[in-house]
Design a protein around this ligand. Structure first.
Ligand code: CDP
Length: 212
């Protein structure tokens, strides 16, 4: 079984994807970590995030072993990721890795922005997670405060709005729900309620399709 979970920053899709993967015994890939890692590697080499060919080269050379680096969640890395993510060459370089991951025997859950629409249009279940921007900013603000990061709510809100704008308006693979995606609004749901709703949806869909 292959499940695609997409949605904007701090919508809850990452936590949801991890919980669903564990519940259904599927492998999980946070595809945002790929774009974050490309941005990290460019910065390490003192390069420019706006240089498409350098970004593509970093994407081609990406070491999958480094995707669990906690530094990928540092403030600012998400913004940097959304800059390199607009380049078609970067997306192309990361495409095969994501498809291969999805096609492994155990089945998989991938979360990102364009999984249901572009990377895995044939996924068995597609969920697009949304939530009000202020609620998303509040969640990300709490997460960063817990990590001891010196952030302000206003700064986090502006960063998320900027990222939404870049992710929705880029010309290659803009963030948007696939035509056959189920919308899940988590504005008023805690993680437990969102998880329950997603499991119900997946179970119903698998029952209809009869897929493994
Ligand atoms: O966790 P959060 O939602 O804040 O971000 P993320 O999923 O780690 O993604 C970071 C950035 O990578 C996004 O703002 C997108 O610009 C980009 N991204 C993308 O373009 N396509 C994906 N499938 C995943 C992430």
């Amino acid at each position: 079984m292959i499940i695609a979970i997409d949605g904007p920053a701090a919508s809850g899709k990452g936590t949801l994807a991890r919980r669903i993967a564990s519940h259904f015994h599927l492998a999980h890939l946070d595809t945002g970590s790929l774009y974050r890692a490309v941005a990290r590697d460019i910065r390490r080499h003192g390069g420019s995030l706006e240089d498409a060919s350098e970004a593509a080269e970093m994407a081609r050379r990406l070491d999958a072993e480094t995707l669990s680096d906690p530094g990928l969640r540092d403030p600012g890395v998400g913004d940097a990721a959304s800059i390199v993510a607009k380049f078609p060459e970067v997306r192309e370089a990361l495409h095969e890795f994501q498809r291969d991951f999805a096609l492994q025997k155990s089945g998989a859950v991938l979360d990102g922005r364009d999984i249901g629409s572009v990377v895995l249009p044939d996924a068995h279940v597609k969920i697009f997670v949304v939530a009000d921007v202020e609620v998303r900013a509040r969640r990300r603000y709490s997460e960063l405060l817990t990590r001891g990061e010196p952030v302000t709510f206003e700064g986090v809100l502006q960063s998320i709005k900027g990222r939404d704008d870049r992710d929705m308006n880029r010309s290659t693979s803009p963030m948007k729900p696939a035509a056959d995606a189920h919308l899940l609004d988590t504005t008023k749901l805690d993680i437990e309620a969102a998880f329950d709703a997603a499991v119900r949806l997946i179970t119903r869909k698998i029952g209809q399709q009869g897929c493994p």
